[in-house]
Design a protein around this ligand. Structure first.
Ligand code: PEP
Length: 237
């Protein structure tokens, strides 16, 4: 299973280093062999060797150049980073990233062989419009994306569930994941208000290959518990 933490614009460089150390020790001590990804803020990126894989929350489709405020491939190379998160709803909706821009980033980092966590998900008004419009909206987020890319991980994150404490029901998650798996056989994570209290149930669902966790992942002990849940579910299978 894949357990991913999106730390967003939280935790300083020092706090992130402590977080990664604690997580790494926990994984080793508890013999957790699941794939654990952590996406820190750009200024907290650092080289790390061990079980924890550090990824970038964002980067520009360039090696370097005149793109003020952006991070290029060269800057990720400096820390040995070859994992990236693309299409998060906060980047789509708050930072205004279009599907065209995402396709550019996707293709650029795909060519470099990066592991790409590609996020999709519908806002509340689309969900409320009914199942068909919702699936049409989500399908458009697959446009231009090579769904058979070997290093692709897809994260289904309903926008209305992110950071709100609201989640679809377990039945709804299972049913939409079943539909999404028809579009791509890439590992499919669920994200949106996953907490210690619901992680086990979500991880146990069919067609859920892992979770992408925001707020609750800021507490390293909570995130460690979720990694432990994933391991225990995998051990049972
Ligand atoms: C996220 O932002 O990717 C996320 C899943 O956030 P939260 O867990 O806080 O809903």
């Amino acid at each position: 299973m894949i357990i991913a933490a999106n730390l967003k614009t939280n935790l300083t460089r020092k706090q992130t280093a402590k977080y990664v150390d604690e997580l790494e020790s926990f994984l080793n001590k508890n013999k957790i062999s699941q794939e654990v990804l952590v996406f820190p803020a750009a200024s907290s990126l650092n080289a790390h060797s061990g079980k924890v894989v550090i990824g970038a929350q964002n980067a520009y489709a360039t090696v370097n150049g005149a793109f003020t405020g952006e991070t290029g491939k060269e800057h990720l190379d400096e820390f040995g980073i070859n994992t990236i998160l693309i299409g998060h709803s906060e980047r789509r909706h708050i930072l205004g990233e279009s599907q065209e821009e995402l396709i550019k980033k996707f293709n650029f980092y795909k060519e470099l062989g990066f592991k790409i966590v590609y996020c999709i998900g519908e806002p509340l008004e689309i969900r409320e419009a009914g199942h068909e419009p919702m699936m049409e909206y989500i399908s458009a987020q697959y446009e231009g994306i090579d769904v058979s890319y070997e290093n692709l991980i897809i994260a289904y994150e309903p926008v209305w569930a992110i950071g709100t404490g609201l989640t679809p029901t377990l039945e709804e998650i299972e049913s939409i994941h079943k539909e999404l798996k028809k579009k791509s056989s890439a590992p499919l994570l669920y994200g949106g208000s996953v907490k210690v209290t619901n992680a086990k149930d979500v991880l146990a669902l069919d067609n859920v290959d892992g979770i992408l966790v925001g707020s609750a992942a800021l507490y390293v002990d909570h995130f460690c518990t979720m990694c432990e849940y994933a391991q225990s579910i995998e051990n049972k299978n």
